[in-house]
Design a protein around this ligand. Structure first.
Ligand code: CA
Length: 227
């Protein structure tokens, strides 16, 4: 999952970026509204964290502009205590949820996780597909209750595919949602992760939930429940 983190207080931004990365997000950071708008227009995000009081362009204006330009990724607003009018304006501009500073990182992560899942159409933190269950809070995957050991990149690839079931997801899209902007992004690496995921599903449960569509990408299809 790729997150846009917009916060002008540098220390807070660095701490949040660190927590988000530890939680498995790919994070792009913006210290002001101008950079936030640039990144929001340029890249495809799964979720955003937006401080409202920002230099250059304020957060409400950034959200409003992105929504006007049909950027619909869920956005969590950060506001100062007591500024309730600001929260209302932020939600009315197109924000999806808010947190009042100071807050606990655990609450931020839980809210972001819920926003990402809900925008993909899932209400429970565990996404089930036949015998496969992906726990987005613990970042664990089980097949018939037995844990499938995955590296963090394998997990990220599988999570993205399972949040977009029955859809063709191209290597480019997977790469965008998994690597950070400055990374040397090699989409061939995606093939390696997909190959490993497939082998694990086959070895553990004789399942083939990930299809390859030549030249187009990959598709997650829930294994038949009746097997
Ligand atoms: Ca601020």
């Amino acid at each position: 999952m790729r997150a846009l983190l917009v916060e002008d207080e540098e220390l807070l931004r660095l701490q949040l970026a660190d927590s988000l990365r530890t939680a498995g997000y790919t994070v792009d950071e913006a210290p002001d509204g101008r950079e936030a708008l640039y990144l929001g227009r340029e890249y495809s995000y799964d979720v955003g964290v937006m401080d409202l009081g920002l230099p250059e362009i304020d957060g409400i204006q950034v959200i409003q502009t992105l929504r006007d330009e049909d950027k619909h990724f869920p956005i969590l607003i950060l506001t100062a205590r007591g500024h309730w009018q600001e929260r209302v304006a932020g939600l009315e501009a197109g924000g999806d949820d808010y947190l009042v500073k100071p807050f606990h990182t655990e609450e931020l992560l839980a809210r972001l996780n819920a926003l990402v899942r809900r925008s993909a159409g899932f209400s429970s933190p565990t996404i089930k597909a036949g015998s496969i269950a992906l726990d987005t809070s613990a970042q664990r995957v089980t097949v018939d209750g037995a844990e499938l050991e995955l590296t963090s990149f394998e997990y990220k690839v599988l999570e993205y595919l399972m949040l977009h079931p029955d859809q063709v997801v191209s290597k480019t899209v997977l790469t965008e949602h998994i690597y950070e902007q400055d990374c040397d992004r090699d989409s061939n690496v995606i093939e390696v992760f997909i190959g490993r995921l497939r082998r694990k599903f086959e070895t553990v449960a004789q399942l083939k939930p990930i299809e390859t569509l030549r030249g187009r990408g990959y598709r997650f299809v829930a294994p038949d429940e009746s097997r």
